[in-house]
Ligand binder design. Structure first.
Ligand code: FE
Length: 193
């Protein structure tokens, strides 16, 4: 199977002023595109060539194929977790799960923000659903994806420098604060089982 770079689910300038068109130009058009291209090159002629993306992520083990596959998955998921004129608080089952796990939305927001800001180096902050149905915040380094830990991703924030350096330079906390204005809670809710 050949993997393709998915279209962004909104125009490149739609997330401004929180994330600029220039950032999306590079982040989607260069970084994400490069992961897809590299993945296709690496799996050509191997047993991975006939696998679905999540099968590669669960089966590849550490190395370049895992890194390219997981970064393709992570970025595709990250784009869907944002939309223009979004943010605010979730409603329904995901709101209840967040209240149960963290004691309220404000406590959740503070803990997720802290997880995103304190991740050392490159990686991702996630809201996941665990096997027992409860939700939790996890950090993953580099390309790591919660699927390998049998956790179901609900929402993610990319905290690689390439996600924010054009707009915020070294100020990751400013990017993470801006992210809250873009969170697509309908998408996060749709991932909850
Ligand atoms: Fe990224």
């Amino acid at each position: 199977m050949t993997f393709n770079l998915p279209e962004l689910p909104y125009p490149k300038d739609a997330l401004a002023p929180y994330i600029s068109a220039e950032t999306l130009e590079f982040h989607h058009g260069k970084h994400h595109a490069a992961y897809v291209k590299r993945l296709n090159e690496l799996i050509a002629g191997t047993r991975f060539a006939s696998m679905e993306l999540d099968e590669i992520i669960k089966g590849a083990g550490p190395g370049p194929i895992f890194n390219s596959a997981a970064q393709h998955w992570n970025h595709s998921f990250y784009w869907l977790g944002m939309k223009p004129k979004a943010g605010g608080k979730p409603t329904g089952a995901i709101a209840d799960a967040i209240d149960r796990a963290f004691g309220g939305f404000d406590q959740f927001k503070a803990k997720f923000t802290d997880a995103a800001n304190t991740l050392f180096g490159s990686g991702w902050a996630w809201l996941v659903q665990k096997g027992d149905g409860s939700v939790a915040i996890v950090q993953t380094h580099d390309a790591e994806n919660p699927l390998t830990r049998n956790e179901k991703p609900l929402l993610t924030c990319d905290v690689w420098e390439h996600a924010y350096y054009i707009d915020y330079r070294n100020a990751r906390p400013s990017y993470v604060e801006a992210f809250w204005n873009l969170v697509n809670w309908e998408f996060a809710s749709s991932n909850l089982t």
